[in-house]
Design a protein around this ligand. Structure first.
Ligand SMILES: [Fe+2]
Length: 302
């Protein structure tokens, strides 16, 4: 397949770096293509159609500040640094210098052996990690719900009654850690997605909640390249030979502060994580989401 910029032009490459407050008020088309809005978590209910706009392609990114207070995150990250409370640790491919707490569905074995037992334990540990009443699945799920007119955002149900997918994973990107450019919709091609794809619509979104920022680098860079869900191909795989030439694409670079969350049309828009620089890790919680086929809910998984 060929890859073309969504705007139809082939410009000399230009990167716009997002700065806090740049998209407050009316949505801005950053770098001419990425329509972005920016708000405070406390005003989420006033943006009840934001997720729908994202799904419709009228918005590509929603930035939400102050999802957690700095003192809460300082305690959380100090515990993550010493792996308290003994999370399941799994790894990205070695060259990415990055790992998860929890198990990323994308990188899981096709038959998901032990996954749902791990998910139950992981959810209990996530509850323990945050102060009472601020557990990430409920706190962030309710925030997203307010951006979607009150429709629920919940962990995707597993194949057996009472089981569910991990709502999120926690990610640590160490120095020089990065992720190559990809579309999240490639996930539906993975064998581990076989059951989940029967439950949800084709296009997926994602959120990234920054828990700790690296010293420099570690930016989420989104390119002016949009591919419809049915056309997504595996790109985050070494065997892929034909890749988009990102040196020809305009892009927007997000270095988000701790406590800020971005919801991105990452299923359709090409994006990558630029290399982390400095000794401080980039800690995030990252989830994928898609509308349930049978319910007025959005299912989330990590
Ligand atoms: Fe992604």
């Amino acid at each position: 397949m060929s890859y073309r910029p969504s705007s139809g032009s082939v410009p000399a490459r230009r990167t716009v770096s997002w700065r806090p407050g740049m998209c407050a008020g009316a949505a801005q088309a950053l770098a001419g293509f990425l329509r972005t809005t920016e708000l405070d978590a406390a005003e989420a209910s006033e943006h009840a159609d934001a997720i729908e706009q994202l799904r419709a392609g009228d918005l590509q990114a929603i930035i939400v500040h102050r999802v957690y207070a700095p003192d809460v995150l300082a305690t959380v990250v100090a515990r993550l640094e010493r792996n308290d409370p003994e999370f399941l640790q799994t790894w990205f491919p070695e060259k990415f210098h990055s790992w998860f707490y929890g198990r990323n569905l994308n990188l899981s074995d096709a038959r998901l052996p032990g996954y749902f037992e791990e998910a139950a334990r992981f959810h209990a540990q996530l509850e323990d990690l945050f102060p009472p009443g601020l557990g990430i699945a409920r706190h962030v799920g309710e925030l997203l719900s307010r951006l979607a007119g009150g429709r629920p955002f919940v962990p995707a149900p597993g194949p057996l009654p009472g089981t569910e997918y991990m709502f999120t994973t926690l990610r640590a990107h160490a120095e020089s850690g990065y992720l190559p450019a990809h579309f999240d919709n490639e996930q539906r091609l993975r064998p581990s997605y076989q059951h989940l794809r029967t439950l949800v619509e084709l296009n997926m979104l994602s959120f990234v909640l920054v828990l700790a920022q690296p010293e420099t680098g570690g930016a989420l860079e989104v390119f002016d390249l949009c591919v419809e869900p049915q056309d997504a191909r595996l790109l985050s795989d070494d065997s892929v030979k034909v890749r988009p030439d990102v040196s020809r694409l305009e892009s927007v670079s997000f270095s988000l502060p701790a406590g800020t969350l971005i919801v991105l049309d990452s299923g359709r828009y090409l994006h990558r994580l630029t290399p982390v620089q400095g000794a401080r890790k980039r800690w995030t919680a990252c989830s994928f989401m898609a509308r349930a086929r049978a319910h007025a809910a959005t299912y989330c998984w990590g």
